[in-house]
Design a protein around this ligand. Structure first.
Ligand code: 6PG
Length: 252
């Protein structure tokens, strides 16, 4: 089912913000509003969180946003776009950073929080085993004609990566699994778990968030349709939006 949506793809919109701080505040506000709207529609809301400076900064601004009270956090399903394959609780883990920034400060239902495996998990010290477990979890959650996620947040790397899907890496072309192991990530740490592009593309909305002059070229290349860049193929069924600050948008 996840791949049923492979054909449906929205045309990317762009929102340019004066500064990184303004971007994070705007994305945080939009995320709170979208989670509340999804709950009004479906009861539950499902969001994919991401790592990296911008992805975590957005969560910190969500925590500071007074509209946070409009969300029933006990009815939000929390997933990750990717995870560094390090021990549970390690400060490098995207889950640990998301908990520090937001999740430990709102009343989420732990049964609806789905972290990716850690390298010291009792059942899987191998990232491929942990990725397969996450892939199976997502497959079990599929529902006909219903996007798995309401919003998928993604940061963007200078090389055009999203999640832990890097240009030219086999994981970026994975056709079957919903989540994969990445063992030679060019961005440390080298071992990771990542959603595949097929899974990302089964989101109702994909929000790419990136800032700074270091991303100017990657953003411009992605918008020129450089399909070597996973970022240019990270699109939602209903909506894709790139949130950029002025520097990252400098090449558009
Ligand atoms: C990770 C992230 C990764 C990140 C980008 C952008 O685990 O590192 O998921 O995809 O979002 O590398 O990171 P910055 O926002 O820090 O540039």
């Amino acid at each position: 089912m996840l791949d049923d949506y492979a054909g449906a793809a929205s045309t990317p919109d762009v929102a340019v913000h004066e500064t990184a701080a303004e971007l994070c505040d705007a994305v945080a506000r939009n995320l709170v509003d979208e989670l509340a709207a999804a709950q009004a529609r479906n009861g539950l809301a499902s969001v994919v969180l991401t790592g990296g400076r911008t992805g975590i900064a957005v969560l910190e601004r969500v925590r500071a946003n007074p509209r946070i009270r409009n969300v029933d956090w006990s009815a939000v399903r929390i997933f990750w776009s990717d995870e560094r394959f390090v021990p549970a609780g390690h400060p490098d883990r995207n889950e640990a950073q998301a908990r520090d920034a937001l999740l430990d400060h709102v009343p989420v239902d732990p049964r609806l929080v789905y972290p990716m495996g850690a390298s010291d998990d009792p059942y899987g010290t191998d990232s491929a085993t942990a990725a397969a477990a996450y892939s199976d979890l997502l497959r079990r959650m599929e529902r006909p004609d219903c996007p798995l996620f309401d919003v998928c947040l993604l940061g963007v790397g200078e090389d055009g990566h999203v999640a832990s899907l890097f240009p030219g890496h086999p994981a970026s072309e994975e056709p079957l699994l919903a989540a994969v192991s990445v063992r030679d990530s060019p961005k440390p740490p080298s071992e990771r778990i990542s959603l595949t592009l097929g899974t990302i593309r089964s989101s109702a909305e994909v929000w790419l968030v990136t800032t700074g002059a270091a991303k100017t070229a990657a953003v411009a290349d992605a918008f020129r349709g450089n399909t070597d860049f996973p970022a240019s193929r990270a699109v939602g069924i209903e909506r894709t939006i790139w949130h950029l600050d002025r520097e990252a948008a400098g090449g558009l």
